[in-house]
Design a protein around this ligand. Sequence first.
Ligand code: SF4
Length: 89
Amino acid sequence: MKIFQIINGHVNELLGINAELSEYRIENACKKCKVSHDKDGVFQNRCLKYRGGCGCRLPAATALKKKKCPRDVWYDNTINLDQLKKLKI
Ligand code: SF4
């Protein structure tokens, strides 16, 4: 992710911009995805790089309207259930 996207994501998170969209993505995709869970199965609130993710903090990454899940699980307000099934915890 580019630096301005990282900054935008954190500003959005801080100001509550796209908060509903962010919550929707996290609750319906990220919390069910093994990429955000460590090896003990604990949710880390981050798309973990060592698990094949982008390394981003989820509250910031999901608050960017045009960001796409690095593993194609979500985009806009759409969840790709087939893709999520492959990564499900
Ligand atoms: S791969 Fe996608 S769904 Fe999974 S934790 Fe990362 S951003 Fe969320």
